[in-house]
Design a protein around this ligand. Sequence first.
Ligand SMILES: O=C(O)CCC(=O)C(=O)O
Ligand SMILES: [Fe+2]
Length: 293
Amino acid sequence: MIISSEIERRYKLSSNEFKINYVEQGKPVIISNLISSWDGLNKWSFAYFQNLSPHLNIYAKKFRYNQIDLCSITIDEYAKLIEKFENNHEINDLPPYCHDLPLFELIPSLIKDVQPFPLDYLPKWYWYKWWRYCQFFMGSSQNITPLHFDCLITNNIFFQIVGRKQFTILLPDDAKYCYRQGWRWFLVDPENPDYNKYPQYENARPIKFIVNPGDILYMPPGTLHHVRSLDMSISFNIDWHTNKSSLSALATSMRGMPVQNSYYNFLLVMGLVFKIPPQIIFNFYKSYLNYVS
Ligand SMILES: O=C(O)CCC(=O)C(=O)O
Ligand SMILES: [Fe+2]
């Protein structure tokens, strides 16, 4: 299969151009050099987090065929597991993946390391305590997030801080070639597709690229993504709706979206479209940050 399309890379993209040329067009983009002054780029590591909050309990995931196993572990234990793995690369010791962790809420001192935050990329509704919508992804090299789209069919701005990640993404129109299972996971392994089992995947147009420390990746709502950590890695994202994407996501309640997801999308419509302030909505929304699906 020929990997036909490439992702655009832009240097310090203005928020206006970001909105008009990428968000409104549903087009992914990598933005480089916008966050190069962040302290986190030089400061963050597992040892740094371990020092700040050694006894903090976090959750990590193991993705298995058809299920996600969760385990609870302290930052101290987790940092040690990662270090051990990076020293021997014994695949049987592959640590679980700390995935979708609201770390700014758990260690608020990290917020100062990601300044200035590009708030003007986001709708104003998110500006108030924006870090509450961020989720961290951190783990060893070789951790994988299987092919999926994001729970609420939101826009996703993804910040790569430590290490590199290999992304394979597919635009929403290609979902029909990827053999969906349940609401948002897909059976095809885009790194090694089994065309006998999944012949329709021949029609798909995967886009493959590496995201480096200091890069921002924008993925439009419904983008399928498979992510491999090439190095020990620390990243975080912010999932967010525009008025338009919140309404179309809510409309998918009719097309198989789980009721709990529709509830969260309903809250975001109340906020973005009906202007109910985040101070009120967040009380109802916050359970989303620990929602595994
Ligand atoms: O970085 C990863 O492993 C997964 C990222 C992801 O799925 C996301 O940002 O929605
Ligand atoms: Fe995702």
